[in-house]
Write a protein that binds this ligand. Structure first.
Ligand code: AMP
Ligand code: MG
Length: 339
């Protein structure tokens, strides 16, 4: 299969191209598209066969459910048993934007999309290209990140092309994404709203809207008997080919430890503007500045991919601090390191 890449300008969107992309989705095909978090691999969320194709092209385990993307609340109302008040509040505060809610699904959503679960994950992205594709594609686009399963999530169309070229008919290229980490997932089927995956929208922000919210214990527990509730969070993710270690502690000690390790072989180093000049040796990648955590989030996955191309033997990263976006950055780094 030939993969067509179409460059789109958000200020002046090529509606004919988006209509064509929508037709591909409606006829059961897949289109990769930008969102503000990462690039998604989209198919018709209400058709099991489209979801099957998504799993197949990514090599994704079929028990790992997909997020259904909508462009308005009316479409959400049509595919769930009921919409709790909390869902309206969260939508009001954060949609369109980088937040996904888990709600009870109705019969319109096939089990092939939800990995066999009676709940469905739903998000309204803010990227105008994504919103228009959803409208043109029939209103429900199931989309996981558009990477080969296990690799870092794609934050540019080029990343998508590296992983999926020849496997899908179309990639919509909207340039580099702004956030760079996947959406915050909030489960509203529990008594207390629970964050199943940290992201740009932090626990504090969710609590400020709902009054009460918590983080899934399975995400932070050291006890291997406690599993994360989002099926996807149990898999090793984002893994670069070389072994990745995260070094925690007072910054001076972190720097000298990493420098000692860098003497031992071809070493990748993930650092920040603040510390870059302190590493004399190694394949040094500055991921952003600590003054602006979004700069770190938006470059993290691209940096992990670059190390694969450079062929380093080991990677050492500085650590980042919770709460807020630091929590989401650390969560992705820990998963990339296999904990
Ligand atoms: P991705 O689309 O690659 O960002 O992955 C979607 C994430 O949402 C995975 O971690 C899934 O396990 C999680 N997810 C999707 N649907 C559900 C659901 N119904 N219940 C819990 N987690 C879900
Ligand atoms: Mg993913």
């Amino acid at each position: 299969m030939q993969t067509e890449v179409i460059k789109l300008d958000r200020e002046n969107m090529d509606l004919d191209a988006l209509k064509r992309a929508g037709e591909i989705i409606k006829s059961g095909g897949l289109v990769a598209f930008p969102t503000e978090t990462v690039y998604g691999l989209g198919g018709d969320g209400l058709h099991e066969e489209s979801s099957r194709k998504i799993y197949e092209s990514k090599g994704r385990p079929s028990d790992n459910p997909l997020i259904v993307h909508v462009a308005d609340m009316e479409h959400l109302e049509k595919i769930v048993k009921k919409v709790p008040k909390a869902a309206y509040k969260l939508a009001e505060a954060f949609w369109p934007g980088p937040m996904t809610m888990i709600l009870e699904k109705n019969d319109l959503v096939p089990y092939g999309t939800t990995g066999g679960l009676d709940t469905v994950a739903i998000r309204m992205p803010s990227d105008p290209i994504a919103l228009e594709l959803i409208r043109q594609g029939g209103g429900y686009i199931a989309a996981p990140s558009a990477n080969t399963s296990g690799r870092p999530s794609p934050t540019t169309a080029q990343h998508v092309y590296e992983d999926l070229q020849g496997k899908i008919p179309m990639i919509l290229d909207g340039g580099a994404v702004t956030i760079g980490l996947e959406s915050t997932i909030v489960d509203l089927t529990e008594e207390i709203p629970t964050i199943l995956r940290p992201g740009f929208i932090s626990l504090d922000m969710v609590q400020a809207v709902l009054g009460e919210a918590q983080i899934d214990r399975g995400l932070i527990a050291n006890d291997s008997n406690i599993h994360p509730k989002a099926p996807g969070m149990k898999y090793r993710h984002y893994a670069p080919k070389a072994d990745l270690k995260i070094v925690e502690g007072p910054m001076e000690q972190v720097i000298s430890y990493i420098n000692e390790q860098a003497e031992k072989g071809r070493t990748g180093i993930i650092c920040t503007e603040e510390t870059r000049s302190r590493y004399p040796k190694g394949d040094i990648k500055c991921v952003g500045t600590r003054k602006d955590e979004l700069s770190i989030a938006s470059h993290l996955f691209a940096v992990l991919r670059e190390f694969d191309e450079d062929g380093v033997e080991q990677i050492y990263s500085e650590s980042f601090k919770a709460p807020g976006l630091g929590e989401a950055i650390m969560n992705r780094l820990l998963k990339a390191a296999g904990h």
